[in-house]
Write a protein of this length. Structure first.
Length: 522
């Protein structure tokens, strides 16, 4: 493999509002970020991966009030569902952060004090529009009109007129540095999201209200105890809290600035304008990259409680399997664009590619080796047709998949992988080892072992996407856990070592059973 980057890699998801249970969009973000974290680990990088819940603010306070309980009670219950979702979906986070935690309050107060020391905070009166659903301030000029003349945010959410004493952050001071950052290639991806942010900053930035006095569910402003911080100030700081900020920790030295913030397209402004400005003010380096993924739609429609089409991601995982769901989301949706899902689409994709192609290939190959060769492997000399297949598979697994995953083009990488699977299936059909069994057992031996080698490459390459199933396959192939990273693909001695170890292929257990479409629920 070509030289690759071995520097530490810090990746984060957005932290979700636990004002309700997690939905498919949350699952999508957690899974995609997990694929990135797993991929980078397998590329040999030291990875730190953080996710969690964003528990303060008016949205949480109001939802709790509606339900007649405290914000803390609501947060405690709902945050638990988010963590459970991550655990069930095999999301390999290093820390699941909750913004109610003490170290997070301390970190938020520390960044606040640094912004204050930089002379960037002043007390004034805020008069303007606020969307509780977006937890965002909007300029009059950004609003649109909804039914009955109601004013709506650019996200289509209601806004309310707000007047209160507030601390302000001198956002305007950072205009030029922000423009320079936004124009830095690779800082904000996909590139299609850049122009919008550049236009937003170019039109002139107003100072930002960064504290509230009309409610108290938040992090207290140091020295100004009747104020709580604007929820986005504390929320964004979570990325530092997890590394031990403000202490001079090893984690800060190693992992800050973050390599990659994964977020949805609706919160790009917070991550590429406000967040870098806070960091510049606090004299901390800005993140290397922010990627704004698209939205997931249910049969092309936004999910909402009123449409009654809200899907519980864990129900999907239970029906179809965690890895089938993960595979579907990464394969079907071009990362960065919006995508649509439905139970039929998941079943169709999983059956065609995982059950009938990859799973079937593994099942056929391993059962023939177990049955016709007593499970025994030996050194073999491939013919040109065998070598051609091995080269195709190796190219896809060791070159194309890593190159595309590195660029976050998961659907393209998986496409290269499934094409290699198809090439293997075509090879089995052409070589017909079941016929060779009678006519030329020595040749059958070579064909099946060629497929065994191909399966090992395919199993290694797809691990970030389907971690449980690929581990199961690699176990059945006798591949040691220490030899499953992308670098192992370049090791030419692995097969001989496996042969020497006396490993015997057992009768296989299917990895991807065929899925049935669920009964239509009325
Ligand atoms: O925005 N498809 O929290 P959140 C894909 N607390 N992604 C979606 C989605 C959908 N249908 N709906 C939401 C917040 N998301 C803040 C973040 S970060 C310091 C604070 C994404 O619970 C959304 O874009 O509303 C965001 O990245 C994440 O889910 C959490 O959304």
């Amino acid at each position: 493999m070509a030289d690759h980057n071995t520097s530490p890699f810090y990746v984060t998801t957005a932290i979700s509002y636990p004002n309700g249970r997690p939905h498919i969009g949350h699952a999508y973000e957690a899974i995609s970020t997990d694929v990135i974290a797993r991929f980078q680990r397998l590329m040999g990088r030291k990875v730190r991966f953080q996710t969690g819940t964003d528990e303060h603010g008016l949205k949480m306070a109001r939802k709790a009030e509606e339900q007649g309980r405290t914000a803390r009670e609501l947060a405690d219950e709902m945050s638990g569902y988010f963590r459970e979702m991550c655990d069930e979906l095999n999301v390999s986070y290093d820390r699941f952060i909750r913004t109610v935690e003490d170290d997070h309050h301390a970190a938020s107060q520390a960044i606040w004090q640094r912004m204050e020391a930089a002379g960037d905070l002043y007390l004034d009166r805020y008069e303007g529009w606020y969307s509780v659903r977006d937890e965002a301030y909007y300029d009059e000029s950004e609003l649109t009109e909804g039914e009955g003349g109601a004013k709506l945010s650019p996200q289509g959410t209601p806004v309310e007129w707000t007047v209160e004493e507030s601390w302000f952050f001198k956002l305007s001071k950072y205009q030029d540095r922000l423009l320079e950052l936004l124009r830095t290639p690779g800082f904000l991806e996909p590139a299609s999201r850049r122009n919008e942010m550049i236009a937003f900053v170019e039109q002139g930035l107003r100072d930002l209200s960064v504290s509230r006095t009309s409610f108290d569910w938040g992090v207290k402003v140091p020295g100004s105890e009747d104020h709580v911080m604007y929820v986005w100030v504390d929320a964004l700081t979570n990325y530092l809290t997890g590394l031990g900020f403000p202490d001079d920790t090893e984690e800060m030295a190693e992992f800050w600035p973050a390599s990659l913030h994964i977020i949805g397209k609706d919160i790009v402004r917070f991550h590429t304008v406000y967040w870098p400005a806070f960091l510049m003010s606090a004299d901390l380096p800005t993140p290397q990259k922010v990627f704004g993924h698209g939205f997931l739609l249910n049969r092309g429609q936004k999910e909402s409680k009123s449409l009654g089409n809200v899907t519980d991601p864990l129900e999907l995982a239970e029906k179809f399997g965690v890895d089938a769901l993960r595979y579907f989301l990464l394969r079907e949706v071009a990362f960065g664009q919006d995508g649509s899902y439905s139970p039929e689409a998941i079943v169709t994709r999983a059956n065609a590619e995982l059950a009938n192609s990859f799973g079937n290939l593994a099942q056929r190959t391993l059962s023939m080796i177990a049955k016709n060769m007593d499970g025994k492997l030996s050194a073999f000399d491939p013919l040109p047709a065998d070598q051609a297949l091995l080269d195709t598979v190796r190219q896809a697994c060791a070159v194309e998949v890593p190159a595309e995953f590195e660029k976050l083009s998961f659907s393209v990488g998986i496409e290269a992988w499934i094409k290699a699977v198809y090439a293997c299936n075509q090879y089995v059909d052409e070589q017909a080892p079941w016929t060779l069994k009678k006519t030329d057992p020595a040749r059958m031996n070579v064909v099946l072992q060629t497929l065994f080698v191909a399966l090992r490459d395919l199993g290694i390459a797809i691990q970030p996407v389907v971690p449980e199933k690929s581990a199961n396959l690699l176990d059945q192939l006798g591949i040691p856990e220490t030899a499953r990273d992308y670098a192992a693909l370049a090791d030419s001695a692995w097969y001989q070592r496996l042969v020497n170890s006396g490993f015997v292929v057992a009768k296989p257990t299917p990895i991807f059973p065929r899925l049935e479409l669920p009964e239509q629920e009325e």
